[in-house]
Design a protein around this ligand. Structure first.
Ligand code: NIG
Ligand code: FE
Length: 430
């Protein structure tokens, strides 16, 4: 089994609550990875003794950067800041010297729409000069997606997956929703399932143009043949409960049908205006209700008394010029908040979780610590996953080494590529 000791970590966000800190911040820390899992976490000075080669990654960003030296009696080749990578010599533990930089869990992006054809840059351009966002734009992407071959969609999706990984996202959800026919929804679900276990069936994204005068028939299709075709590839059922998309009674019916097919519910709600989405999601026991831009006190109270996560998607407000959701109000009320990208060609064409953190801190009243938690452990809660989002023994070794001494830099240096190295299931890729 391959093993890696990441040591000399200036600041480690574990998300294991400690002394009242939900992010469980440790300083001068180390993490031992064995195979795909985390084996040990603690102070660097107490790290397990290893037979090793040392790899120093890049140029450290803090003053005090000399690698940890311990008199373990083992062969240890600690090198200075100019050390070069060395190959693992088989059986030995590779030591990665973090050079005093920060390590956080890999981002968990619990809301994306990554299987689609075309783009809608023209809509974005028009919005920036005053045209409002409307859910109907989805139908343009449906036309472009239906026209794309499986191979074209697969290649595009692979590009997005690489893009996510390079930005530190190690777990992600993908929705269908740009097919809106039995054939096309099923192929989007199948393609999504090739890249993630977190596939969401979103046949109820909007009523497609070909059913414009027959919306009841479309809902029948979604809860019938379309659901049967998509459920084998999906873990989740979602509905866009919003004016211009699906009403509360339709949404309830769609979620219930998905649950009856073994899928778990999640909801798009309260994005474009006040509505029933949040309360409906809570009543359905949804893992998450996403957007939450327009909430009244009853919505906040319902969320606070539930296990439903409020997933905030600030890329949407950035790209649509809507007001940002009030994360502070939710957190102060005791609601669990996650951050996700909602990467899609209409309302938020970015896959950058660091950008979501920067927006949440700058515009939504979150502290950097809260925002990093929401983008990691929060996303894991929104996907009901307990193997990711947290750095502790037994969890998946999904880690991000930042090119910065603290996680605050994710908001403090917006737009700067701060993802130095990503470990996914214990495997490092630059
Ligand atoms: O999450 N809200 C519904 N769906 C997407 C928008 C999709 C689109 O405009 O293409 C969202 O924002
Ligand atoms: Fe969405």
């Amino acid at each position: 089994m391959t093993a890696t000791l990441i040591t000399n970590i200036g600041e480690l966000t574990t998300n294991v609550e400690r002394d009242g800190d939900p992010t469980g911040l440790l300083r001068d820390a180390a993490v031992l990875v064995e195979g795909s899992r985390i084996a040990w976490v603690g102070p660097a000075a107490d790290a397990p003794a290893v037979v090793s080669h040392t790899t120093t990654l890049g140029t450290p960003t803090t003053g005090e950067t000399s690698p940890v030296h311990r008199d373990s009696g083992h062969r240890r080749q600690s090198r200075g800041a100019d050390a070069v990578s060395r190959e693992d010599d088989g059986g030995a533990t590779r030591v990665v010297d973090a050079g005093g930089r920060a390590v956080i869990p890999g981002f968990v992006d619990s809301h994306t729409h990554l299987v689609f054809g075309g783009d809608r840059a023209d809509e974005f351009e028009a919005r920036m000069t005053g045209t409002p966002y409307a859910a109907g734009g989805i139908r343009r992407t449906v036309a472009a997606t239906r026209a794309a071959s499986d191979e074209e969609l697969r290649i595009r999706l692979a590009g997005f997956v690489a893009e996510l990984h390079d930005q530190g996202t190690t777990t992600f959800e993908v929705k269908t929703g740009y097919g809106l026919s039995v054939h096309d929804e099923a192929r989007l679900a199948r393609l999504a399932a090739e890249v993630t276990p977190e596939v969401t069936f979103l046949g109820a994204h909007v009523v497609p143009s070909d059913y414009a005068e027959r919306r009841d028939e479309y809902v029948d299709l979604v809860v019938g043949e379309m659901l049967r075709a998509c459920a084998p590839h999906s873990r989740w059922i979602d509905v866009f409960c919003e004016r211009g998309a699906f009403a509360a009674d339709e949404s309830r019916r769609i979620l219930a049908a998905g649950v009856a097919h073994g899928l778990l519910p999640r909801v798009h709600g309260n994005q474009l205006g006040p509505g029933d989405g949040v309360r409906l999601a809570v009543a359905a026991g949804a893992a998450s209700v996403d957007h939450c831009t327009y909430l009244d006190d009853a919505d906040v109270a319902a969320l606070a008394g539930s296990d439903t996560v409020a997933t905030l998607l600030p890329g949407v407000e950035f790209s649509t010029r809507q007001p940002y959701p009030d994360a502070r109000r939710l957190i102060d009320a005791g609601v669990t908040v996650a951050l996700a990208s909602d990467c899609n060609p209409g309302s938020s064409f970015t896959s950058s979780m660091p950008l979501m953190i920067a927006l949440a801190v700058r515009e939504m009243g979150m502290t950097p610590a809260e925002a990093v938690w929401a983008a990691t452990a929060g996303g894991a809660r929104a996907l009901r996953r307990d193997d990711v989002g947290v750095i502790e023994p037994g969890r998946r070794a999904d880690l991000v080494l930042l090119g910065a001494p603290t996680r605050v830099h994710l908001a403090y240096r917006p737009g700067v590529p701060l993802i130095d190295r990503v470990f996914k299931d214990g495997v490092a890729r630059a």
